[in-house]
Ligand binder design. Structure first.
Ligand code: 5RP
Length: 226
């Protein structure tokens, strides 16, 4: 199977998950990226069951609206039943690295509000130790050089993502060379650097459910203790 076929398969499985578990009229959070795009195309078929969606990026909002799916303002709603999004890496504790598409801050906000976070990805994203994928950090533009120096002290090599301005008007530093053995601690530590908006570690609030596309089918993993 090609990677796109795996993404398509997991997107279909996520649509079925939502159709089975999200009460009619409830709000769905929708992620960003190529896997999320397959998911958006799939949920066009169940749009009449949704009370509306919360988009994690301007690109996602545009794609949802292109299908005639209602996109709401997060400030106008109180709860998101399920949030479906991809990841760049996910470990056994269901902590993730996200932000390959630069939407990490809005994704983290949607994840914070969501009752259930469903991560959708193919098996290449499942890793023992995260850090192989450079960790995205969203920074206020005037703090770029200071934050870079602080991230270097933590053992990483930050590189400015050229040509990238986030939906929030900020920059992305991609931190190479980290071996993330304490995802919760590192997420907290990086977020304490003044000038950081947030970082792409989703460990304090990781995924609740992982739908993992493999050549043998889509596996469902539930976070231990949930
Ligand atoms: C965007 C993200 C994406 O979920 C992540 O980059 C995975 O993307 P893709 O499905 O294209 O591999 O965090 O900010």
């Amino acid at each position: 199977m090609t990677q796109d076929e795996l993404k398509q398969a997991v997107a279909r499985a996520a649509r079925d998950y939502v159709a089975d578990r999200l009460p009619v009229g409830a709000i769905l959070g929708v992620g960003t990226g190529s896997t999320a795009n397959f998911f958006i195309d799939e949920i066009a078929s169940i749009k009449d069951r949704l009370g509306g969606t919360i988009a994690s990026s301007a690109a996602t909002a545009k794609r949802l609206e292109g299908h005639g799916i209602r996109v709401l303002d997060l400030n106008d709603i109180e709860a998101i039943g399920i949030y479906v999004d991809g990841a760049d890496e996910i470990d056994a504790s269901m902590a993730m690295v996200k932000g390959g598409g630069g939407a990490l801050t809005r994704e983290k906000i949607v994840a914070a509000v969501a009752g259930t976070f469903v991560c959708i990805c193919d098996a290449t994203k499942r890793v023992k130790t995260m850090g192989g994928f450079p960790l995205p950090v969203e920074v206020i533009p005037m703090a770029r050089a200071y934050v870079s120096r602080e991230l270097t002290k933590l053992g990483g090599t930050p590189k400015l993502r050229e040509g990238m301005v986030t939906d929030n008007g900020n920059l992305i530093l991609d931190v190479h060379g980290l071996s993330i053995t304490d995802p919760v601690g590192l997420e907290e530590r990086i977020n304490q650097i003044v000038g950081v908006v947030t970082n792409g570690l989703f460990a304090q609030r990781g995924a609740d459910v992982l739908l993992l596309a493999t050549a043998d089918g889509v596996q469902t993993h539930v976070r231990p203790g949930r």
